[in-house]
Design a protein around this ligand. Structure first.
Ligand code: FAD
Ligand code: NAI
Length: 477
C-alpha cells in the first residue's frame, strides 16, 4: 500500500486527547495520522475539538472579558479609578473570543506540520481490517481509506439534551449556543448548576442578564468540599445568580420569542418560569456515532462509552480509546494525559494516569479548584485525617489585589501527614491548585509544604499557611 495511506498509528479525533496523542506518537517515531471532522466558517478544518472550539478556550475568553467588564463596573472604583459612560460591545467580545479560538486551531495545525503528522479532514470510520491492520475510511474533504497497526479513538462527547427539548440554538442553547449569543438576554434560564451552567451563567450575569439556574440535586457542587460549596453559594447569590436547587423539570415550551419551563421546586410545588433564552447544561454523552463500531465489533458499555480497561485498551487488538469517549472525568487534561500514556504504551513504555491527582477547576469568580479527597469522602471511608485552612482575608497579596474571598484547605492523613486533598476557593485557585497536585504526586506531607519557602507577597503564602494550619500553627492568623 502507498506509504501515504499506511501508518503505525491512526488517531480518530483531533481534540485535546487526540491531537496530543498524535504528537506524542510522532515524537516516539511512529508514522502517525490524525482524522478530525470539525470545520470552521469557510470550510477550513478547526483542530482542537470541543475544548478549543466550543469548550475550555472560548469559555475562558468570555469569562475573562466579562470579568474585566464586571471589575470596571464594580471594583475599579475601590482602586480610585473612575470610569464614566462604561459600556460593552458584545459583538467585539465574541469576535475576540473567535480570534482566540482560531489562534489555537492554527497552533495545532502548525504542531501537526512540525511533527510530520498526516492530517485528514473528515469523519473516520472503521471499515474492516487487512490482516492485523485496521482499515479506516474517511468521509469528507480529506476522503481516503488508510490503514494502521494501532488506532486511538478520541472522538469526544456531545451535549446531553433534555428529553422533549431538543437544542435549536435559538431559544434552547447547548454550550456552542451559550458561547455565541449576540447580546445578553434580559431573562436567561440555565438548567443544570454544573460546571458549564455556573461558568456560562456567570458570563451572561456579568454582562447584564437576569440569570436563574435550575438544578435537580438538593445541594450545589455536591462533589466539592462542603465549606467550598457553601462559600461558593454565598458568593454566587451576592452576584445575583438565582440558583434553585432540588427542582424537577417538567415541560419546556418554546414560544415565538421566549421559552417557558415548567418545574416543581424543592418543596414539590408546581411552578414555571419564562426566559428569553435557555441554556441546557446537564452533562455530556460520549460520541461514537458514525465510527463503525458495529462493523468491527467494538464494545461500548451500558452508558454508551467505549469500554476500556485501566490502560485504555478496548476489546479489539491494538485499538485504544481515550478522553471524553471513555469512563472518567470529562476534562481536557485527563484526555491529554491518557493520549500521552497510550502513545507511550504503544512504544512499550509504561505511561500512567493517576485519577487521584487529576485537578478540577471551575473558572467562576471566585475560582474553585480541588485535587484529591474531600473531608466528606474521608469520613465516609473511615480515614482519620487532619484539616487546615487559611483565609485569603489574612493574605497580604489578596488584600493588595482587592480580592480576599475564600480560603485554601489541606486534608492530610492523621497518622502519616501525607496530603490527601487540597481545596481552594478564591483568587487564582486554578493556578494555586498545581502545588497540591505536585505535592500529592510526590507523596508530600503537609509539613513539607509548610517548610518550603514561598515568595512574599503571593497568594501561594495562603497555601503554605493552610499547610501550617494542619498542625495548628499558622503564623499570620
Ligand atoms: P473532544 O474535545 O470532544 O474532541 C473530539 C474531536 O473528535 C472533535 O473534534 C470531534 O468533532 C471529532 N470527531 C468525533 N467523531 C469523529 C469521527 N468519527 N471522525 C473524525 N473526527 C471525529 N475541560 C477542562 O479540562 N477545562 C475546562 O475549562 C473545560 N471547559 C469546558 C467548557 C465547556 C463549555 C465544555 C462544553 C467543556 C469544557 N471542558 C473543559 C471539557 C473538555 O472540553 C473536554 O473534556 C475535552 O474537550 C475532551 O477532549 P477529547 O479529545 O476527548 O474530545
Ligand atoms: P455537569 O455534569 O458538570 O453538570 C450537570 C448538572 O446538571 C449537574 O449538577 C446535574 O445534577 C444537573 N442535572 C442533570 N440533569 C438535570 C435535570 N434534568 N434537571 C436539572 N438539573 C439536572 O455537566 P455540564 O455542566 O454540562 O458539563 C459537562 C462536562 O464538561 C462536565 O462534566 C465537565 O467535566 C466538563 N466541563 C469542565 C469545565 C472545567 O473544567 N472548568 C467547564 C465546563 C465543562
Amino acid at each position: 500500500m502507498d506509504p501515504q495511506s499506511s501508518f503505525d498509528v491512526i488517531v480518530i479525533g483531533g481534540g485535546p486527547g487526540g491531537y496530543v496523542a498524535a504528537i506524542r506518537c510522532a515524537q516516539l517515531g511512529f508514522a502517525t495520522a490524525c482524522i478530525d471532522d470539525w470545520t470552521r466558517a469557510g470550510g477550513k478544518p478547526a483542530l482542537g475539538g470541543t475544548c478549543t472550539n466550543v469548550g475550555c478556550i472560548p469559555s475562558k475568553a468570555l469569562l475573562q472579558s466579562s470579568e474585566h467588564y464586571a471589575h470596571a463596573a464594580h471594583a475599579f472604583a475601590d482602586h480610585g479609578i473612575r470610569i464614566d459612560g462604561l459600556s460593552i460591545d458584545v459583538a467585539k467580545m465574541l469576535a475576540r473570543k473567535d480570534g482566540v479560538v482560531a489562534q489555537n486551531n492554527d497552533g495545532i495545525t502548525y504542531l501537526f506540520k512540525k511533527n510530520k503528522i498526516a492530517f485528514f479532514h473528515g469523519r473516520g470510520a472503521f471499515a474492516g481490517n487487512d490482516g492485523d491492520r485496521w482499515r479506516i475510511a474517511i468521509d469528507g474533504p480529506g476522503a481516503a481509506t488508510i490503514v494502521g497497526s494501532h488506532v486511538i479513538i478520541a472522538t469526544g462527547s456531545t451535549p446531553r439534551a433534555l428529553p422533549g427539548a431538543p437544542f435549536d440554538n435559538v431559544r434552547i442553547l447547548d454550550n456552542a449556543g451559550a458561547l455565541a449569543m449576540p447580546a445578553a438576554p434580559k431573562r436567561l434560564g440555565v438548567i443544570g448548576a454544573g460546571v458549564v451552567g455556573l461558568e456560562m451563567g456567570s458570563v451572561w450575569r456579568r454582562l447584564g442578564s437576569d440569570v436563574t439556574i435550575l438544578e435537580a440535586l438538593p445541594v450545589l457542587l455536591g462533589n466539592a468540599d462542603e465549606a467550598v460549596a457553601k462559600e461558593a453559594a454565598k458568593q454566587f447569590a451576592k452576584q445575583g445568580l438565582a440558583i434553585k436547587l432540588g427542582v424537577t423539570i417538567g415541560a419546556v415550551k418554546v414560544g415565538s420569542d421566549d421559552v417557558r419551563v415548567e418545574y416543581t421546586d424543592e418543596t414539590g410545588a408546581a411552578t414555571s418560569a419564562v426566559f428569553d433564552r435557555l441554556i441546557v447544561s446537564i452533562g455530556r454523552v460520549p460520541l461514537t456515532a458514525g465510527l463503525g463500531a458495529d462493523v468491527v465489533g467494538l464494545v461500548l458499555d451500558a452508558r454508551g462509552f467505549i469500554a476500556v480497561d485501566d490502560l485504555c485498551r478496548t476489546n479489539l487488538a491494538n485499538v485504544w480509546a481515550i478522553g471524553d469517549v471513555v469512563r472518567g472525568p470529562m476534562l481536557a487534561h485527563k484526555a491529554e494525559d491518557e493520549g500521552v500514556a497510550v502513545a507511550e504504551r504503544i512504544a512499550g513504555q509504561h505511561g500512567h494516569v493517576d485519577f487521584n491527582t487529576i485537578p478540577w477547576v471551575i473558572y467562576t469568580s471566585p475560582e474553585i479548584a480541588w485535587v484529591g479527597k474531600t473531608e466528606r469522602q474521608l469520613k465516609d471511608a473511615g480515614v482519620a485525617y487532619r484539616a487546615g485552612s487559611f483565609p485569603f482575608a489574612a493574605n497580604g497579596r489578596a488584600r493588595a489585589l482587592g480580592d480576599t474571598t475564600g480560603f485554601v484547605k489541606f486534608v492530610a492523613d492523621a497518622a502519616t501527614d501525607r496530603i490527601l486533598g487540597m481545596h481552594v476557593i478564591g483568587p487564582q485557585a486554578s493556578e494555586l491548585i498545581s502545588e497540591g497536585v505536585v505535592a500529592m504526586e510526590f507523596g508530600a506531607s503537609s509539613e513539607d509544604i509548610a517548610r518550603i519557602c514561598h515568595a512574599h507577597p503571593t497568594l501561594s503564602e495562603a497555601t503554605r499557611e493552610a499547610a501550617l494550619a494542619v498542625d495548628k500553627r499558622t503564623l499570620n492568623l
